[in-house]
Design a protein around this ligand. Structure first.
Ligand SMILES: Nc1nc2c(ncn2[C@@H]2O[C@H](COP(=O)(O)OP(=O)(O)OP(=O)(O)O)[C@@H](O)[C@H]2O)c(=O)[nH]1
Ligand SMILES: [Mg+2]
Length: 688
């Protein structure tokens, strides 16, 4: 690939709802531009971008993939993101690296959730927005229906740019309103035809011109006078509007047949902003001050790692967006997070799974540095003399947790290693050990996400695991006062063992055991008190009902007796545990369950259903009201953690993916009787 200067590079994130045709469209862009010598098909598993085994198996993208395209003296870095919400991390990576987002939907669709999410993600980072309505080759899939739906959602900023001319339900040709030319397509090849005269074409042309006119007063005047615009005026207006967010161009295409894809490439090359077009990117200095970094190849280095891949052959690959300066094999790059200077590996560019050596990655471009052992996704690399921190990646937080069971004994370490590699690639995975239940907990964004992780463990790391619903960390406590004697006496041959205590147990507020003594007249000598306390502290780690830790207990040693020769610390420790075992069952023991606070967001229409679901989960709604976003509600509730298992899945299905939530542990509460019985029954099964 030839060398491009910063002003000729565009980074485009391709986002949208699952299955709408993003990968297919990207493949067509690669094919039409000559970056790929065949038109890959997702259904045939031969695409450049869905190269991972999991993607081929599922016929759907699971991670972001990148390829550079050369078109009209411009380098277009295309980043194809997965549409399924379980793989949303890929979209977060793509958005971090891009200046423009191509939102893909398909003809005949309304405004789907993927479109809304992509739009929001682009807004959040202030990126330019383009729409591609694909699948316009299929019969009875109306581009115009989708256009109207988008218009209703996004208003007059929507600017038809390539439109299909339909005869009945069949697309005959595509009209480029930028150039005023029409083309028919056969095998992706364009044949110029006359622009059909049709009221729809006239209406769309007028909408296009009006959108362009809004970017400049002089053009608006011309528009009202009915004067035609020159090509330069059109392009300038379009670029201005796209850049400042007053125009969202809409392109009709068909990825599968590569129809009108050349027109889309022209549109992106001519009118998508690159990093060079902006004043710069805002970073933070070490003191937390904001500083603007212009896209200047001669400026100080500032690059953000937006994606990490653990490649089996090349090793670790860190994907960078260079904001200022350049990355070369000789660069001394400082990592403010670790405080270390990184030794550069090789510089490569990627086309899907393929790598090609490169000399450098310059400001405004993206590329890969290999073997940076310490760099993580989200890290900034910069000049040690000019330390800056760029925004990281807005990765979604894990929300569905399962317990991991390793199938073959002895492979635990291998599983942990495999997972830590996968976590390097995907920050929306987390893996930890629950100290209380001793279970290994794997968390991700949903069932499909966890399913892919399990498959990758098997295929990439050769280890098999099963997932099950995690145990809940219950606690035990007592509800009334009770006392008992614990007497340990043994006479075996010479030296005997003797310890005798009377201990009172009562409820208290402390999580930890509170130990006191009220011994009169040396019934138990002082030097044995620590042994009694130690014995009790060991006991409360296991409750008497189901073996969960005991909390909220005060123990008072108030009497006992000793033997001048046979008493020992050991004997008093044992005596204390006998008192515990005898007293606690009389102290009305019960089970406490963890309760968390849920804050959930959902569209207005789903509020009733979600409230019903929360009630079914034994939750208490604490409050609700309109969320910050239009047409969304925010609901706060307290829900037992044991009931939250599949809430992610239910919320997603009820809200068609629009909902989201946070859930955090709040406190322990008395569990209802049926739960107490269930927990005790399960514990006795576990013990058998
Ligand atoms: N007829 C027709 N079918 C298409 C077109 N584009 C994609 N498809 C089909 O739609 C399905 C999904 O296409 P993908 O390209 O995998 O969609 P995606 O948006 O990348 O999907 P995710 O990666 O899962 O988000 C495949 O079966 C494609 O063959 C098109 O232009 N025309
Ligand atoms: Mg895809």
């Amino acid at each position: 690939m030839k060398a491009y200067t910063s002003n000729n590079i565009r980074n485009i994130a391709v986002l949208g709802h699952g299955g709408k045709g993003k990968t297919t469209l990207c493949e067509a862009m690669l094919y039409i531009s000559g970056a790929s010598d065949r038109l890959g098909k997702v259904s045939d598993g031969n695409t450049v971008l869905d190269f991972d085994t999991e993607e081929k198996r599922r016929k759907s993208s699971v991670s972001s993939a990148m390829a550079a395209i050369e078109w009209d003296n411009t380098k277009l870095n295309i980043i194809d993101a997965p549409g399924l919400f379980d793989f949303e991390n890929g979209a977060a990576e793509a958005v971090r690296a891009a200046e423009a987002v191509l939102i893909v939907t398909s003809a005949g669709s309304g405004v789907d959730v993927g479109t809304q999410k992509a739009f929001k993600a682009a807004e959040k980072r202030g990126l330019a927005k383009f729409f591609a309505v694909t699948k316009t080759d299929s019969d009875h899939r109306s581009f115009y229906k989708t256009f109207e739906a988008l218009k209703e959602e996004y208003g007059n900023k929507l600017c038809p740019t390539i439109i299909p001319y339909m005869e009945g339900s069949i697309t005959k040709c595509y009209i480029n309103l930028m150039t005023g030319m029409a083309f028919e397509y056969a095998d992706g090849k364009a044949v110029k035809v006359a622009v059909p005269s049709d009221p729809v074409v006239e209406e769309m042309t007028s909408a296009f011109m009006e959108a362009v006119a809004t970017t400049d007063d002089a053009l608006m005047e011309k528009f009202f006078e009915g004067e035609p615009f020159t090509q330069e005026e059109i392009l300038k207006g379009l670029c201005t509007g796209i850049f400042d967010g007053s125009i969202y161009p809409v392109y009709a295409v068909a990825g599968l047949t590569a129809a009108a894809v050349d027109q889309l490439l022209y549109g992106l090359a001519w009118s998508a902003p690159g990093a060079y077009g902006y004043a710069g990117e805002t970073a933070k200095t070490e003191d937390g001050e904001e500083t603007l970094l212009p896209c200047d190849v001669n400026g100080p280095l500032a690059a953000v790692c937006f994606k990490t891949v653990a490649d089996p052959f090349v090793g670790k690959m860190s994907f960078f967006k260079v904001v200022s300066g350049k990355l070369t094999a000789e660069t001394q790059a400082y990592n403010p997070r670790t405080g270390e200077t990184e030794k550069m590996g090789k510089i490569v560019t990627v086309k899907g799974a393929k790598q090609e050596d490169a000399k450098e990655i310059i400001a405004g471009d993206i590329g890969v540095v290999t073997k940076l052992a310490k760099v993580k996704t989200g890290d900034t690399l910069c000049d040690a003399k000019n330390i800056v921190i760029l925004d990281g990646v807005d990765a979604p937080a894990p929300c569905l947790s399962m317990a991991v069971k390793v199938l073959k004994k002895g492979e635990e370490e291998k599983v942990a290693q495999g997972l830590s590699r996968l976590m390097e690639e995907d920050p929306s995975i987390s893996f930890s050990i629950n100290k209380e239940t001793k279970e290994q907990i794997l968390s991700g964004l949903g069932e499909q996400h966890l399913d892919v992780i399990v498959s990758k463990l098997k295929n990439k790391f050769g280890v098999e695991v099963n997932l099950s619903v995690p145990k809940v960390a219950y606690r035990e406590t007592i509800r009334k006062k009770a006392e008992a004697q614990g007497k340990h006496k043994k006479q075996s041959g010479g030296h005997g063992q003797f310890g005798d205590v009377w201990i009172r147990f009562e409820p208290c507020d402390s999580e930890e055991l509170v130990f006191e003594e009220e011994v009169f007249g040396g019934a138990v000598p002082k030097n044995f008190f620590p042994a009694v306390e130690k014995g009790l502290r060991e006991c409360v780690t296991k409750g008497v009902l189901a073996g969960y830790p005991m909390v909220g207990v005060k123990a008072t040693l108030y009497d006992g007796s000793y033997h001048p020769v046979d008493s020992s610390e050991m004997a008093f420790k044992t005596a204390a545990s006998l008192a515990y075992k005898a007293a606690i069952p009389k102290a009305d023991p019960t089970i406490l369950e963890p309760v968390g606070t849920l804050v959930a967001y959902m569209p207005d229409d789903n509020l009733g259903d979600i409230m019903g679901d929360i009630t079914k989960r034994r939750g208490r709604v604490l409050g609700m009201g309109p969320a910050d976003e239009p047409r969304m509600q925010e609901l706060t509730a307290e829900v037992p953690m044991a009931e939250m298992g599949d809430f992610t899945t239910v919320l997603r299905s009820v809200t068609a993916g629009r909902g989201s939530f946070r859930f955090e542990f709040t406190r322990y509460e008395q569990a209802p009787q049926n739960v107490v019985e269930k927990v005790i029954a399960e514990a006795s099964v576990d013990e058998e």
